[in-house]
Design a protein around this ligand. Sequence first.
Ligand code: CA2
Length: 147
Amino acid sequence: MASILVLNGPNLNLLGRREPHLYGTMTLDDIEQRVRTQANASRVAIDWLQTNHEGVMIDHIHSVLDQPPSGIIINPGAWTHSSVAIRDALSAIECPFVEVHLTNIHSREPFRAHSYFSDQALAVIAGCGAFGYEFAMITLLANLNQG
Ligand code: CA2
């Protein structure tokens, strides 16, 4: 059975409760529910994490080193623009990852345009809101099926 690890970075637990004009009205729980429904239909196992602590995310990535998932979907949040440490942890895992952003990071403040992840990602999805997670899963499964 294919498996996908979904990683969500800092402040994404606030989705739907603050700044809806920017991030939409769906909560992260709503997004997780949609992703799990999609995964069930495709017979994919989901491991879902949101954390506000960089070390927790790094430790979680390390915990799957020996048995990597089929793919990773990551919205690193603000760590997108700062974290060499999470980039390095992901590099150590032998599976593709898709980088997702709810917003179009290229149409916001200039500092958001740079990502420490994009050059290593199978794909980058930005500006599609919550649909980005679903598009990311489609991309990972298509990539898996291509062998
Ligand atoms: O667009 C995205 O998904 C981001 O990864 C979201 C991050 C931001 O730092 C990145 O540049 C782009 C911020 C997530 C914070 O989410 C909030 C949600 C509601 C209220 C406040 C923050």
